[in-house]
Ligand binder design. Structure first.
Ligand SMILES: CCCCCC/C=C/CC(=O)SCCNC(=O)CCNC(=O)[C@H](O)C(C)(C)COP(=O)(O)OP(=O)(O)OC[C@H]1O[C@@H](n2cnc3c(N)ncnc32)[C@H](O)[C@@H]1OP(=O)(O)O
Length: 308
């Protein structure tokens, strides 16, 4: 939204302005549908702490630590809470940037909660998908600086969260990151795909998405899926060093540059959010998809084989 707003300020006249205005108002309508949901989510989760926020107003940035055990899987309530927090950051005058990480050792995020796609009612499915779209629009379209400190596994939706940031540092270790949707029998949505293309390029994305490739941290560095590796103990320090560097850049120039790079990709989804939600519902209701999801869920729940 903020990027759309910045773009709106720059493109004062002509059809581009009208187009952005229409995109913005569609987005606002979709956001207002979520307002009740947000209230429900904050009531239901009043006693749980699904993330921690550590704001350092003096330095001008915050650290947001995902904390929804066991694996930070993204369900409707969690996404709704996150969206509220992202909005708070966006509105903050003191916060220039956010380091996005996880408090769960070895796990950044396991991606979408598969239970939100398996045997769900249409209403819930559409609320879930709308909330996910909103998270991506807020993160990818943010005027703030987002640095992902990827402290562990980051498949599928977890990878999307990190590639929606401006810079990624990943812990060295036996961790995997990538868009592995085909391994679940599903196709990555076009906006996941486009964010990946913008990060690692067309050809690498074409291979990665078809193969459902999960990259090791070294492989991820080699294809620019992440920008830097760090020992786990140094991850946050390195992210803070990087954040100081980004914060030192003149704000308006950086924001306008970011928005000019991301506007087209964002506009594509903003222009067709409802159709995209319908397509998610239609796709996930297919018997073949439900069967694939069931098998994938079973494989996750199988007792792990001993490596000895
Ligand atoms: C047209 C539109 C189509 C729809 C497109 C939607 C796109 C989808 C994007 C997605 O994000 S789908 C989710 C993809 N995620 C994964 O494939 C990751 C699966 N998880 C793992 O590989 C591992 O859990 C892990 C992240 C590597 C962590 O391993 P670890 O050994 O530490 O933990 P586990 O024992 O495997 O898991 C603990 C516990 O959590 C459950 N779980 C794991 N991931 C998910 C998940 N994504 N959703 C729901 N539940 C998950 C796992 O089953 C275990 O449960 P219990 O056995 O303890 O009950």
């Amino acid at each position: 939204m903020s990027i759309i707003k910045s773009a709106f300020r720059v493109l004062r006249f002509g059809s581009a302005k009208n187009q952005l205005f229409s995109l913005e108002s569609k987005t606002c309508r979709a956001f207002s549908v979520c307002n009740k949901l947000r209230q429900d989510a904050s009531d239901a989760n009043a006693s749980k702490i699904n993330f921690y926020v550590d704001e350092n107003k003096e330095k001008g940035y915050a650290i947001l630590k995902l904390n929804k055990g066991p694996v930070n899987s993204l369900n409707l309530e969690f996404l709704t809470e996150l969206n509220i927090q992202l909005e708070k950051f966006e509105e903050s005058k003191e916060i220039k940037g956010v380091i996005l990480t996880s408090s769960i050792p070895n796990i950044f995020s396991a991606g979408l909660d598969i239970m939100e796609m398996y045997q769900i009612k249409q209403d819930r499915g559409s609320q879930f998908w709308t909330a996910l779209q909103e998270t991506w629009i807020k993160l990818y379209g943010s005027n703030k600086i987002y640095i992902a400190a990827i402290n562990g596994h980051s498949p599928a939706g977890g990878c999307l969260l990190s590639i929606s940031c401006d810079y990624r540092i990943m812990s060295k270790g036996p961790y995997k990151i990538g868009l592995n949707e085909t391994l679940l029998g599903i196709k990555a949505p076009f906006w996941f795909r486009d964010t990946m293309i913008n990060t690692i390029g067309y050809r690498e994305t074409e291979k990665a998405l078809q193969l459902g490739k999960l990259y090791s941290s070294e492989e991820a560095l080699a294809v620019n899926l992440v920008d830097e590796l760090a020992d786990s103990k140094d991850l946050i320090t390195k992210a803070e060093e990087q954040m100081s560097k980004w914060c030192a850049i003149p704000t308006v120039a950086r924001e306008l540059t970011k928005s000019s790079m991301r506007r087209d990709t964002l506009s594509k989804l903003i222009a067709q959010r409802e159709a995209d939600t319908q397509s998610f519902i239609e796709f996930t209701q297919r018997d073949s998809i439900q069967k694939s999801l069931r098998m994938y869920l079973e494989s996750l729940k199988k007792p792990k084989k001993s490596s000895a």
